[in-house]
Design a protein around this ligand. Structure first.
Ligand code: 5GP
Ligand code: ZN
Length: 119
């Protein structure tokens, strides 16, 4: 599946340039354009799946690939002793780009607390 108007589909196609880290038959990884840490890249499926909530049994191989590649790519990027992954999902999760993506973030040792709730 492919959405001609989706910016991440365009990145996969090369119609929008990106700093690519990795690509195979199921997934694509590239540096985030607005990094929140020294290491911040995104792993996305090649198929246009809008959110994690849209993932189905048929997507299990791709979802597994996203997770198993995260460690390899993070290590290659210099995160030899840990990193964080994050998937924002939907309105409540404040997802901005509606093509499923997993953030991989690292660099500061240690990273700040996972989520800071304002009270
Ligand atoms: P979300 O808030 O949806 O979880 O994250 C979307 C991420 O995509 C953001 O961190 C944002 O910086 C990144 N992003 C948005 N547009 C582009 C782009 O054109 N190129 C790259 N490399 N990253 C992008
Ligand atoms: Zn897409």
């Amino acid at each position: 599946m492919h959405d001609p108007d989706c910016i991440f589909c365009k990145i996969i196609d090369g119609r929008i340039p990106s700093r690519k880290l990795y690509e195979d038959d199921l997934i694509f990884a590239f540096h985030d354009i607005r990094p929140v840490a020294p290491v911040h890249f995104l792993i996305i499926p090649k198929a246009h799946i809008p959110t994690l909530s849209d993932a189905e049994t048929a997507h299990e191989a791709m979802l597994g690939r996203m997770l198993t590649k995260a460690g390899d790519l993070a290590r290659e990027a210099g995160c030899t002793d840990g990193f964080r992954t994050l998937i924002n999902c939907g309105r409540v999760g404040r997802q901005e780009v509606y093509h499923l993506h997993m953030h991989v973030v690292g660099g500061p040792d240690p990273l700040p607390p996972m989520i800071v709730f304002e009270r």
